[in-house]
Design a binder for this molecule. Structure first.
Ligand SMILES: [Zn+2]
Ligand SMILES: [Zn+2]
Length: 124
């Protein structure tokens, strides 16, 4: 018999098993341990940068992205060109942008909530 809290446990344990940046298509693909794939355009990731400076202060920082971020379509520029990705412990990653911005800590929960796929946006 499966445990009653299986769903909650799974959502707490959600983490990517693969991270691939495609600089030609300008997107980042995360494969999750439940098999789901999330494809994030660089412009969306930059618009959703969770750092205090991009969010306009610590009081505006949220555990989940703002719905308005999904409408952002930032043009190709140094701001939206991914230069590097760094792991932050085992819970998050930091994206280094070509303009040098690297303050955003994208944790797994935030990234999962930011998944732009139809399935996840349809639910929001
Ligand atoms: Zn930022
Ligand atoms: Zn999704």
């Amino acid at each position: 018999m499966p445990p009653i809290y299986a769903v909650n446990e799974r959502s707490m344990n959600e983490k990517p098993t693969g991270v691939t940046a495609n600089k030609t298509q300008r997107n980042l693909t995360l494969t999750w341990n439940d098999g789901h794939m999330s494809v994030y355009p660089f412009g969306l990731l930059r618009a959703a940068c969770p750092c205090a400076s991009c969010r306009g202060g610590h009081e505006n920082m949220r555990a989940e992205p703002d719905e308005t971020m999904f409408n952002a379509n930032l043009p190709d520029s140094a701001e939206t060109r991914l230069a590097n990705i760094r792991a932050v412990g085992s819970y998050a990653l930091t994206i280094v942008w070509e303009d040098g911005h690297d303050y955003g800590i994208y944790n797994w929960h935030y990234l999962r909530a930011l998944c732009p796929c139809e399935q996840h946006r349809g639910k929001a």
